[in-house]
Design a protein around this ligand. Structure first.
Ligand code: LLP
Length: 427
């Protein structure tokens, strides 16, 4: 057999001969057994992405809270819970998922601009570690809810540091004009109000400047702004126990060159040390960088449709399974599961959904035939967690690969399951 040929940025994927493997599993075997579209995740890739953060933080006090919106499947949460992670949740649904996967409540932080009273109650009941509060109005309501339960809500205030993360506008969150966080100028005042509220206990401060960030500079700017604020808040007599820098580190989708997690944190910690904050309790909320490149979506070529202007390669995965190209014009690599020696042709790779926006990749050079399998790469983050039933398509199953073992962590959704909560009008 030829020596394995790895794909750039995808350490768990390699061609052995002409067959693509995930860890020790032949992907065509999985497609045969479970059908397509099919998500396949590598546990090893998730743990090695986590290890890069752990290396970066060696010798420091840090809590890594996996931002589970990136992939909220129970089997994925379980991997991170067993590895000692905390979780960043944004809804009562995500909170319940962590608890269902035996994640520790005290390591949960609750982010989001629109927490409801009932979500606050559920989180207080569970005993979560911290609420990342996003507005003064939310503080008042949270204090009220906590008082009604005779507890104090642990709080950090999400600050909008007004730095440009240089990423897609839909996933920039730390700029003025964004709905997220409390404006820089109002932060000290907001902390003073928090400290005065009877149902609130101030714990920390947090920010999150955006997603798919591929440069170090915006993070370093955010550190400076956050530390200026910590100094000002503490000068006002309010101690800050932890500093949470959010998530956002990008991955390699198509030759992107984000810093590695350990490299980023080397630079961040040097800055924190330089300002005397290196021994503080730190928190981070990474999502995409822990799971994005751990997953692929396998799909079958249904039809090849040559056209005058374009050739179409119609596959059985669609925008309901892989929404990122349609939503953000995102690029995902698409590779054959079994390579052919034939010369490639150029195709637009599209799904069966009845919308022109249902495309997965434009102008891709592929040597394919009807019935072949393709792998859409970097599909571990913001794919299944954003999947929908559009066109009444069932959500795809998910397989977790661990060495030579496979675990079905989600079964294919049936049409009957999709219709479960609907009813005809009775007369
Ligand atoms: N913390 C907070 C408060 C967040 O809002 C997010 C992501 C994260 C952490 C995790 O960020 P990450 O490390 O994954 O970049 N659906 C979009 C991404 C939306 C990100 C939303 N917030 C996409 O597919 O690109």
């Amino acid at each position: 057999m030829n020596s394995p040929h790895n794909l750039p940025g995808q350490p768990q994927l390699a061609y052995r001969g002409n067959e693509l493997f995930c860890e020790d599993i032949r992907l065509s075997d999985l497609a045969k057994e479970h059908g397509t579209p099919l998500f396949v995740y590598s546990k090893g890739a998730m743990l090695s992405a986590l290890a890069a953060y752990q290396r970066g933080f060696a010798g420091r006090t840090v809590q890594i809270c996996y931002a589970m919106k990136a992939n909220s499947s129970l089997g994925v949460i379980q991997v991170f819970a067993e590895a000692g992670c905390g979780f960043d949740v944004v809804s009562a649904g995500e909170l319940q998922r962590v608890l269902a996967a035996s994640g520790p409540a005290e390591k949960i932080i609750f982010s989001g601009v629109g927490k409801t009273r009932s979500e606050m109650r559920a989180a207080l009941q569970a005993g979560i570690g911290c609420f990342n509060v996003e507005s003064e109005a939310e503080l008042e309501v949270l204090s009220d809810v906590a008082l009604s339960m005779n507890v104090k809500a642990p709080v950090s205030i999400r600050v909008n540091p007004n730095v440009d993360p240089k990423t897609h506008p839909y996933i920039s969150t730390g700029l003025k004009g964004s709905k997220f966080g409390v404006a820089h100028e109002r932060v000290v005042q907001t902390y003073q109000r928090a400290a005065a509220l009877p149902g609130i206990q101030v714990k920390g401060i947090d920010c999150h400047i955006g997603s798919q960030i591929t440069e170090v500079a915006p993070y370093l700017d955010a550190v400076d702004r956050m530390l200026d604020l910590v100094e000002a808040i503490e000068a006002a007599g309010i101690p800050i126990h932890h500093i949470d820098f959010g998530g956002g580190l990008g991955i390699n989708y198509n030759g992107d060159t984000p810093p590695s997690a350990d490299d980023l944190w080397d630079k961040m910690l040097a800055k924190l040390d330089g300002r005397g904050f290196g021994q503080r309790h730190l928190m981070i909320e990474p999502g995409r960088s822990l799971v994005g490149n751990a997953g692929v979506c396998l799909s079958e070529v249904l039809y090849l449709k040559p056209g005058e202007q374009k050739n179409f390669c119609i596959i059985d995965a669609a925008m309901n399974d892989l929404p990122r190209p349609a939503m953000y014009q995102a690029y995902h690599q698409i590779v054959p599961v079994c390579t052919r020696t034939a010369a490639p042709a150029t195709y637009d790779v599209v799904g069966p959904v009845c919308e022109s926006g249902d495309w997965i990749g434009h102008d891709r050079a592929l040597a394919v035939q009807q019935g072949d399998l393709l792998a859409v790469l970097s599909a571990g983050a913001y794919c299944m967690s954003m999947a929908s039933n559009y066109n009444s398509r069932g959500r795809a199953p998910e397989i977790l690969v661990d060495g030579a073992q496979t675990h079905v962590i989600r079964q294919r959704e049936t049409v009957a399951e999709q219709m479960r909560y609907e009813s005809l009008v009775t007369r």
